[in-house]
Design a protein around this ligand. Structure first.
Ligand SMILES: NC(=O)c1ccc[n+]([C@@H]2O[C@H](COP(=O)([O-])OP(=O)(O)OC[C@H]3O[C@@H](n4cnc5c(N)ncnc54)[C@H](OP(=O)(O)O)[C@@H]3O)[C@@H](O)[C@H]2O)c1
Length: 271
């Protein structure tokens, strides 16, 4: 997997699987194999999910079988604690090093041919603007991966990113599995799901696709992996998209408490 590291995304590649998971050994490998078989081509990984070798095993197996070619896959990883020095809080980007310096190190990876493209995650619009305005910028970020779902619709940040030609990738699109938030049970989502004869998860995924946002639902359950890609045979009406947007309550589920005091903590401003 190390040589497959890349922050690659494209707006038309919505067949994407998130892979963070506390799965049993082998489960992630099986999930990746099922996902490739049913058509997923974008895998969202990270060193700190501690399952890159499982993801890699699944991918290699499918390449050997001839089910897919490496060049057809978008494999995303994230710089983690093994890749960057730690600060006293254990954060990957040290407080005496600006994220712009870090960006230069990632640009070097592109020049070296180790990755095809680079992007950012959890950047607010000011951070993204700083990066885009960096003197001698060699490569623009191709995507900003951010938490996004109907309770955190991110309209301003998405609009900002798209206006700068930076794609947006929505993580935690189903509301995740913990923290007592049951987005899929929301009455409005349920009503819309019934109207289209689709599941709540499919409505949440389709909602992002229609906003031209890349979406990376995570599942290790084969039936759900299939369900989550069966979202290209229907279209939400404009009114339904508006109704889903009205559910916004600025509810951030991934707040990264360990980083709250970091100078680059991104969630202290509106967007
Ligand atoms: N950049 C970042 O800071 C960051 C932060 C968080 C996440 N991410 C990325 O985003 C991905 C997705 O986010 P997430 O895992 O936090 O949350 P999520 O995708 O919103 O939700 C995953 C949960 O939903 C369940 N699920 C999946 N499909 C379902 C369906 N059709 N019906 C019912 N339940 C379903 C999964 O269960 P099963 O697996 O048991 O099926 C799992 O418990 C992650 O895997 C990771 O790649 C990035």
């Amino acid at each position: 997997m190390d040589r497959c590291r890349s922050f690659v995304s494209a707006a038309d590649h919505c067949t994407s699987l998130g892979t963070s998971s506390c799965a049993a050994p082998g489960e992630v490998t099986e999930a990746v194999k099922v996902a490739i078989d049913v058509g997923y081509r974008h895998f969202d990984c990270a060193y700190f999910y501690h399952n890159e070798s499982e993801v890699g095993t699944g991918i290699q197996c499918k390449i050997r079988e001839g089910a897919v070619r490496r060049e057809d896959l978008f494999i995303v990883s994230k710089a983690g604690e093994k890749d960057l020095p730690l600060d006293h809080s254990g954060l990957a980007i040290p407080s005496d090093t600006d994220f712009l310096d870090t960006w230069e190190a990632m640009e070097d990876l592109v020049i070296a041919g180790l990755v095809k493209a680079i992007g950012v995650s959890n950047f607010n619009h000011e951070q993204l603007e700083r990066l885009l305005n960096k003197p001698n910028l060699r490569f623009k970020p191709v995507t900003n991966q951010i938490e996004c779902h109907p309770y955190l619709t991110q309209e301003k940040l998405i609009s900002f990113c798209q206006s700068r030609d930076v794609s947006v990738t929505a993580y935690r699109p189903l509301g995740g599995s913990s923290q007592g938030v049951h987005l899929m049970d929301d009455p409005m989502i349920q009503t819309i799901a019934q109207k289209y004869g689709k599941s709540a998860a499919q409505i949440l995924i389709r909602f992002q696709i229609q906003r031209n946002v890349i979406v990376i639902p995570k599942s290790i359950t084969p039936a759900r992996i299939l369900e989550n890609i069966q979202v290209f045979d229907f279209e939400l009406s404009e009114q339904d998209v508006e109704d889903i947007l009205s559910l916004d309550r600025n509810l951030r589920l991934a707040t990264f408490p360990i980083a709250v005091n970091h100078k680059d903590y991104p969630f202290s401003i509106e967007y």
